[in-house]
Design a protein around this ligand. Structure first.
Ligand code: NI
Length: 176
């Protein structure tokens, strides 16, 4: 396992549409996923997408701390390949987000409140569930990285954009 370098906004890899993972390469992806998990823990984030470590493949790692979970139970570290997200209603909510590729910065981003998630697990099994709130937000943020999008692209206004240590309301935003 190794801590990888997290690339920052401006690096063209963050603007690429990442390619899907094939079932044959799942063993290789498991090696990359281990390094991404170590990198995520080192950076004290909650989510990391492969393009953020310079690999334009559709894989992300994340977890939901119990304190941020609507059920109070949290979600353990999870690795998803080729995720596909479907909004379950038109309802959106705005909240501050941070990104490990935009260190120190934050901004208010609208996201769908409830989504369905379907993905390929490293075991080759299919992952399918419905999530809401912060969990849904993290997955939408990470999935955007796979399409070359950053949270700033989703902001309705740059009025809430700034350095997280200058914005009191943003102190709770999680780095993804
Ligand atoms: Ni991010």
């Amino acid at each position: 396992m190794a801590v990888l370098k997290i690339i920052r906004a401006g690096n063209p890899v963050l603007r690429q549409v990442a390619r899907p993972v094939s079932v044959d390469e799942l063993p290789d992806m498991a090696v990359l996923a281990d390094d991404m998990i170590e990198t995520l823990m080192d950076a004290r984030g909650v989510g990391l997408a492969a393009p953020q470590v310079g690999q334009a493949v559709r894989m992300l790692v994340y977890f939901v701390p119990a304190s941020r979970s609507e059920t109070g139970e949290g979600t353990p570290l999870t690795v998803l390949c080729n995720p596909s997200l479907t909004p379950l209603s038109n309802e959106t909510e705005e909240a501050f987000e941070g990104c490990l590729s935009l260190p120190g910065l934050t901004g208010k981003v609208p996201r769908f409140r409830r989504i369905g998630v379907k993905a390929l697990l490293l075991s080759g099994e299919t992952f399918e569930r419905e999530v809401s709130g912060f969990h849904a937000r993290v997955l939408q943020h990470e999935n955007d990285h796979l399409d070359g999008k950053l949270y700033v692209d989703r902001m309705r206004s740059l009025g809430s954009f700034g350095f997280s240590d200058e914005i009191q309301e943003a102190l709770n935003s999680a780095e993804t």
